[in-house]
Design a protein. Sequence first.
Length: 124
Amino acid sequence: MTEKTEKTKKAAKEPPVYSLHRAGRCYNCDLKLEPRSLVRLKAGQDEREVYCRSCAKLDDMEFLKSGNAKVTQMAKKYSQRVIVVMQWSELWKTYERIGLLVEPTAIDKIEEELNIKFENREKH
Ligand SMILES: [Zn+2]
């Protein structure tokens, strides 16, 4: 794992994370992972070696579903870290982008600014 300190640099490109399409276990801590868990893959798109959110240091990030261009744009603006989330599509036999992991404070700001409430927000 390359764990650089990508603290201050805005828009530091981080590799995407993946939504598992079958159950697995974290390669590092052996945590059981349900399908649709968000994980970091070690190399490329091989699901045999996956890291859970906490091992991948993504615990403090919140998932934002794609679909609303304005929201996505704002999230990128407000969040220091933006990580693309990919999911395997059985239909297309390829990975497709399903959303972003961003900082919860960015989502707070979007809710406030657009006066909306996202459903199913993860609790922190
Ligand atoms: Zn783990």
